[in-house]
Design a protein around this ligand. Structure first.
Ligand SMILES: C[S@@+](CC[C@H](N)C(=O)[O-])C[C@H]1O[C@@H](n2cnc3c(N)ncnc32)[C@H](O)[C@@H]1O
Length: 261
């Protein structure tokens, strides 16, 4: 299994970790070496040919899959609301009566439910889910948001992602949760139809680029939740999404999810 290793100074750990989370990694291990820090993370195969934009030295390292997966021992159910939980598929969990539990096996995708942007987006989404709601999850990763909204009672959910791994992972997670999600690598530009609730937990630059299509696929009166953006540094994303207007902004650990109509 291929690991991405980024070498940074102590004071850059947070910034570099944010960049890695934005890439869609599911776990980061910090190793203190030679007065600095190495950030080790598993990345999908699709990253291999991509130019990594940051200033820090990085390298790919082949490691045994069992070693790369040590983070799994520390995974735990994530309580988003008192009655909404994301459960790692390999962790036993005694759910409270009546709770909605989204069971996720992320494989090499992002979407364990523990990242603040995932948490914020699913909690914001649940405010709008009704039995007639058609959901589009742009950048579905593990499918956690699309599957979560289906479990919360949405009528149907479509997921798209540029990462091919998202398709089999979302399909198998949907099956494990006994819901249907229509998932593909269809670019958002080519997605047809209208959706009452569009979720996009992806990087700010991608949100800006996709903004015209995020507006296009939104049904009249529909709701868009965007995340993957930093609290206090996402004005340019909101500008790109005009004339949609902000209904609510939720924040957690320096991240934001903005609900627009
Ligand atoms: C931060 S992860 C979110 C995963 C999951 N939806 C969640 O909330 O946990 C962002 C996902 O967006 C995907 N992505 C990035 N740019 C995209 C684009 N232009 N169109 C579709 N998916 C994209 C990535 O491959 C990644 O799976």
């Amino acid at each position: 299994m291929r690991q991405l290793v980024v070498s940074v100074a102590d004071h850059d750990v947070e910034l570099a970790s944010d960049e890695l989370w934005r890439l869609g990694v599911v776990a980061i291990e910090e190793r203190h070496v030679n007065g600095g820090v190495e950030l080790w993370t598993s990345v999908g195969e699709e990253l291999n040919s991509v130019e990594l934009p940051w200033p820090w030295p990085w390298r790919f390292v082949e490691v045994d899959a069992a070693v790369a997966d040590t983070w799994r021992q520390f995974a735990a159910p994530v309580v988003l609301d008192s009655d909404l939980v994301v459960q790692p598929a390999w962790v036993a969990y005694d759910a409270p009566h009546g709770a909605t539990v989204v069971v996720i096996e992320p494989g090499s995708t992002f979407g364990m439910g523990d990242h603040p942007t995932t948490r914020l987006t699913l909690v914001a989404a649940r405010r709008w889910v009704q039995p007639t709601t058609r959901v589009l999850d742009v950048g579905c990763g593990s499918g956690v948001l699309a599957i979560g909204t289906m479990l919360l009672g949405a009528a149907c959910a479509v997921g798209v992602d540029i990462a091919p791994a998202a398709v089999p992972v979302t399909l198998s997670n949907a099956l494990a949760n006994d819901v249907l999600v229509d998932v593909s690598t269809t670019p958002l530009e080519d997605v047809q139809g209208e959706f009452d609730l569009v979720l996009a937990n992806i990087l700010a630059p991608a949100l800006v680029e996709l903004a015209p299509h995020l507006r296009r696929v939104l049904a009249s009166g529909g709701v868009l939740v965007v995340s993957g953006i930093l609290d206090g540094a996402h004005g340019h994303v909101l500008d790109a999404l005009r004339p949609l207007e902000v209904v609510q902004t939720d924040t957690l650990d320096g991240w934001a999810a903005v609900t627009l109509r």
